[in-house]
Design a binder for this molecule. Structure first.
Ligand code: BG6
Length: 501
């Protein structure tokens, strides 16, 4: 939880109107509004701040606010306090508008300017695009035509949710369109994983502990595993997921970001661009993944029916809006090499999937074994393992060997766990609290810079193209399992295994 109580309350420069395109959508109800509520509770919302939710549906402001209130009860990580809610309630406006009507943006402009006059929001704006990606361009063009995208006397920021394009070409085209209207420094590309506590903690763990940083390389680390596994299926998002699959949904974005934080060199300072430049170099150093390499080092899967937490669930092809012969992958396991001095020879194993038997996000650092002499002459040794636990537990786990107190020389494996169960699980609202707060302050460190997105697409595209060509029998894993058999073989042929901590 952020504890900077009253940190920015009253600061005039942060006064702003948050304009949410997609104000009646799922993201606004489940994440954005609860995040704003909790930010208010923590004193992180400026005194002069207004939220304008844009929706196509005809409803009064009161009706809209009541709906948000109901969502607040469901999704806020803190209980709803009447006084705080009353403040948020007062800040929320509902503006009925079909954002595809480009000639109506002038009216929106007038409306927002009117709010500035009454609420002292100084013309500062956050345009948050919580809409389907096909509308990103339309909205940006609308903002541009009505002269709302830039202002000499105030700041204007654009926030976009993923997916950012569906391959390198479309991402480039979209980016080009955005850059015709907004400056790169004003574009905030959300990757909500970067807002999670333990993801931010990766750099702190690495660069503030001599014990870790001195051995954080191929001389001491045997392999790194990044696992983001979900019990949930595609739910109501079939229409989107069918064209996305795990490669675009998780690997191109969240996993590439995590990988770059785990493997990056220490930046020269903690400034946004210094950090982003080091992250970019990691993705650029990923060994060229040609078809021959992929044949042996990637596994795709799709879930069939099965049982999750004792409840029978349908297979992917039976989900809503999914064709019965769908080839979309809901699981990927992958081995990558980062070809630089720090990492050459240390493999990075990645695994992500839906409808798996276990829910969690973890980074496992497995250290190299000692020579099999002395204590390990006659017994197998358990490796030292450091686990950065992102969710549902949040914290660090460390495994090491000690003498068994009750015998003369037996060795036992000791597990030290500083992690605790996070009060909120999954797509954590805290992530959004942190991210919205940073957008307000104009700090884009936890957002993806264009060249990072581009480099990640460059890698993902090659794997997606390979997947489109390979013939796999699908579905190939049962819901409730830990993915296709081949994902285990991927490890076993290297003499390793997936760690489930
Ligand atoms: C989103 C994906 O970006 O991340 C979803 O689109 C996925 O498919 C979600 O379920 C996972 O996020 P979290 O925070 O629940 O781990």
């Amino acid at each position: 939880m952020m504890k900077n109580k009253n940190l920015i309350g009253g600061d005039k420069d942060l006064s702003a109107v948050l304009v949410i395109f997609g104000g009646t959508g799922d993201l606004t109800h489940r994440k954005l509004m609860p995040a704003l509520y909790n930010m208010l509770l923590d004193g992180l919302v400026p005194e002069n701040f207004q939220v304008v939710s844009i929706g196509r549906r005809d409803k009064t402001e009161e009706e809209y606010r009541n709906e948000i209130r109901i969502s607040m009860e469901k999704y806020s990580r803190n209980k709803v306090d009447e006084k705080i809610w009353a403040r948020l309630n007062d800040m929320i406006r509902y503006y009925r508008f079909d954002f595809r009507e480009l000639d109506k943006y002038n009216e929106l402009k007038e409306y927002l300017d009117g709010i500035d006059d009454n609420a002292g929001t100084l013309g500062n704006r956050i345009y948050y695009l919580a809409v389907a990606p096909e509308y990103f361009e339309t909205i940006v063009v609308g903002l541009h035509r009505a002269d709302m995208a830039k202002s000499k006397s105030s700041w204007r920021r654009l926030v976009i949710e993923k997916p950012f394009g569906k391959d390198l070409t479309t991402a480039r085209e979209l980016n080009q369109k955005l850059l015709e209207v907004f400056d790169e420094k004003d574009i905030y590309r959300i990757d909500h994983y970067l807002g999670k506590e333990m993801i931010q903690n990766i750099m702190v763990l690495r660069f503030s502990n001599s014990i870790f940083e001195s051995i954080w390389n191929n001389k001491f680390i045997d392999n790194v595993q990044i696992s983001l596994t979900e019990k949930l299926g595609v739910g109501t998002r079939g229409g989107y997921y069918e064209h996305s699959g795990a490669m675009r949904d998780m690997i191109q974005s969240h996993i590439m970001q995590i990988l770059s934080l785990v493997a990056m060199e220490p930046p020269v300072n903690l400034k946004t661009d210094s950090i982003r430049s080091e992250k970019l170099k990691v993705i650029e150093a990923i060994e060229d993944i040609n078809q021959e390499f992929l044949k042996n080092n990637v596994v795709f899967g799709q879930y069939g029916n099965g049982i999750i937490d004792d409840v029978p669930v349908v297979g992917y092809r039976e989900e809503d809006n999914i064709p019965e012969n769908s080839k979309t992958e809901t699981f990927v396991a992958l081995k990558l090499h980062i070809n630089n001095f720090r990492w050459a020879g240390t493999p990075f194993y990645i695994r992500t999937g839906k409808r798996l038997g276990r829910y969690g996000a973890e980074i496992v650092i497995q250290f190299k074994d000692l020579p099999n002499i002395l204590y390990f002459k006659d017994r197998n040794q358990e490796p030292n393992i450091l686990v950065i636990r992102i969710q549902p537990n949040v914290g660090v786990f460390f495994q090491f060997n000690t003498k068994d107190f009750s015998t003369h020389h037996d060795i036992v494996t000791t597990k030290m766990d500083t992690s605790y169960v996070s009060p909120t699980q999954g797509n954590t609202p805290e992530a959004y609290e942190r991210l919205i707060y940073d957008i307000l302050r104009g700090d884009s460190t936890l957002f993806s810079r264009w060249d990072e997105v581009e480099a990640a697409w460059n890698v993902a595209d090659k794997i997606i193209r390979y997947r489109e060509q390979c013939k796999i029998e699908l579905p190939n894993y049962a819901a409730g399992s830990m993915g296709p058999e081949r994902a285990f073989e991927l490890m076993a042929k290297d003499g390793r295994r997936w760690w489930n901590i």
